[in-house]
Design a binder for this molecule. Structure first.
Ligand code: ADP
Ligand code: MG
Length: 530
């Protein structure tokens, strides 16, 4: 037989990600460095702004070995902290998370920081250190731990607890990895810069190995409203999810299960669904045959009278935060943000937000399109730009000529999509798939902002034209005033000359819309020149 000599084994999740680290973004020392910083900062921000805390995040990167390229990375936040009994699992067991719920967050795979720990173990062998405390705790807890890769279990190397001497809550995480700082630096700074654009309410400080300080100061105390956990919408489930719900609620009736597990199913809807599927509502889940479950599933999916998915699980940035963020970085001459109403695709709620920043310090765009700043659930997307639906809308669906814009221009477009399920194209989570409902919302959001830009540009062009005309007319004002006074034989009357000039200036200003002081200064410059 051909299977002679075959050896069958299974591996733990930790071992899987240790072996295939590239799927999580840890392919090489450049990417791994970037990904490490990103995972730690995403966690720090999730622990703060998603819980109504104004973030103070400090990141330090230090060279940790004179010969080898080892770097110690420390990220400190003032977030909600972790309970001490959870710390070992949160940092030492792959696929353990507090974010596997129906609620928007940056993380969602329960993997990020564990990849960092695994990468540190593989490259420098040094354990992770975590110091943490929560708001009403009297103690601060300290852990030094590593992951037992075969068992997918934390191994605690050292632990401690101290009395709090000041009222501190938050988390400090420290890891030492091998990385290529020189090549990762630009990417890391770019990620931080992009993050800072949408977090004007955060203080973020980075200290580089060269002891440079990159600081983004808080410019607003407005925080987006935190997301609230919701139940799934019936259109968002699959057959397996339904089976799990039935298994986990064995002692309830089917009607009770439907009402308690889903949003927008009340008892009357539940009765309708069950009778459509031909199932007795008082049945217990274990009494269902396989084809009855299948039938119930089809009925739930095809029913079309549910309310649309609730958007309370989402946390859009809001116009105010987006505008404050862009203003802090680009100081633009024109700025307009749009936050669309919630929509849904396949039972998942989503919100699209967009903003245009024009002029000021807005970067100059490439030849054929504006600078595009993409975000998903508040995480900047930096790679795989060309395959992203946001980029495609900007390139293909918007006729920029119509908005009086040609490229290159100092124009940046920010698009943020938040959802309980972002349809990423790959595990890299850098590019969003082309879902018609989402594409449409992106287009409408950009068009709304672009219309405002057009009005602004049109007004500016009109003003420029008016000014040009006033400049030619205003030149004659002193001459006209003087000639009139000569005709009136009153040419040495300085008072009359002043009043007459002023009258003419006011008239020109009124007719042209150019402010009096501007017309006045043109007249003055002619008088001086003459
Ligand atoms: P994910 O972020 O996808 O949940 P991670 O492995 O990055 O996965 O983190 C696991 C869990 O550890 C998080 O869900 C969170 O509960 C907790 N955690 C990680 N970092 C922090 C932090 N800085 N503050 C509070 N909790 C944290
Ligand atoms: Mg995370």
């Amino acid at each position: 037989m051909s299977t002679i000599g075959e050896k069958y084994t299974s591996i733990s999740p930790a071992e899987f990600f240790y072996k295939y680290r590239e799927v999580a973004g840890f392919a090489n020392p450049v990417k791994a460095f970037y990904q490490t910083i990103k995972e730690l900062i995403d966690n720090a921000l999730d622990a703060t702004d998603m819980h109504g805390v104004l973030p103070d995040v400090k990141i330090s990167i230090e060279r940790a070995d004179e010969v080898q390229e080892f770097y110690k990375i420390t990220v400190e936040d003032n977030g909600i902290g972790l309970p001490p009994d959870v710390v070992p699992y949160a940092f030492g067991r792959v696929l353990f998370s507090s974010k596997y719920s129906m609620k928007q967050s940056r993380g969602m795979y329960g993997l990020g920081v564990k990849m960092v720990v695994l990468y540190a173990q593989m490259t420098t062998g040094r354990p992770i250190e975590v110091t943490t405390s929560r708001e009403n705790y009297r103690m601060i807890y300290y852990f030094k731990l590593r992951i037992d890769i075969n068992k997918n279990e934390p191994v605690i190397i050292e632990r401690g607890a101290w009395r709090k001497t000041r009222d501190w809550h938050g988390t400090i995480v420290s890891v030492t990895i091998e990385g290529d700082w020189n090549r990762a630096k630009q990417r890391i700074l770019e990620y931080l810069h992009r993050t800072s654009i949408i977090t004007p309410y955060a203080n973020i400080t980075l200290i580089t190995p060269e002891n440079e300080i990159v600081h983004y100061p808080r410019v607003t105390t407005v925080l987006p409203r935190p997301p609230r956990e919701t139940k799934p919408h019936p259109h968002g489930i699959d057959l397996e999810m339904l089976k799990m719900l039935l298994n986990n609620n064995g002692d309830k009736t089917l009607e009770e299960i439907l009402v308690s597990s889903f949003q927008s199913i009340g008892s009357s809807t539940a009765k309708v669904l069950l009778s459509t599927a031909g199932i007795d509502p008082s049945k217990k889940p274990r009494e269902l045959a396989e084809e009855e479950i299948q039938k119930l599933f089809n009925t739930i999916k095809n029913y079309d009278k549910y309310r649309p998915p609730l958007s309370s699980a989402l946390s859009p940035l809001g116009r105010e935060v987006i505008e404050a963020g862009l203003k802090r970085i680009f100081e633009p001459e024109f700025l307009y943000a749009v936050s669309r109403s919630p929509r849904s695709y396949e039972g998942h709620p989503f919100i699209v937000e967009a903003a245009l920043s024009y002029g000021g310090k807005t970067p100059m765009s490439p030849q054929d399109q504006p600078v595009v700043l993409r975000y998903a659930n508040r995480v900047p997307l930096i790679y795989d730009e060309s395959t992203d639906v946001i980029t495609q809308v900007v390139k293909e669906d918007i006729n920029w000529d119509h908005y009086m814009t040609s490229f290159p221009a100092q124009l940046a477009i920010l698009v943020h999509i938040c959802s309980t399920k972002i349809p990423f194209r790959g595990v890299g989570k850098e590019s969003i798939a082309d879902i018609p409902e989402i594409r449409r919302e992106i287009r409408l959001a950009i068009m709304e902002a672009a219309r405002e830009l057009k009005h602004y540009l049109a007004r500016k062009a009109r003003e420029k034209e008016a000014l040009r005309r006033v400049e030619t007319i205003a030149k004659y004002i002193p001459e006209v005033a003087r000639s009139l006074l000569i005709i009136l034989e009153d040419e040495s009357n300085e008072y009359a000359k002043k009043t007459l000039t002023h009258k003419l200036v006011t008239l020109v200003s009124k007719r042209s819309g150019v402010p009096v002081n501007v017309v006045d200064s043109i007249v003055k410059s002619v008088e001086i020149g003459a």
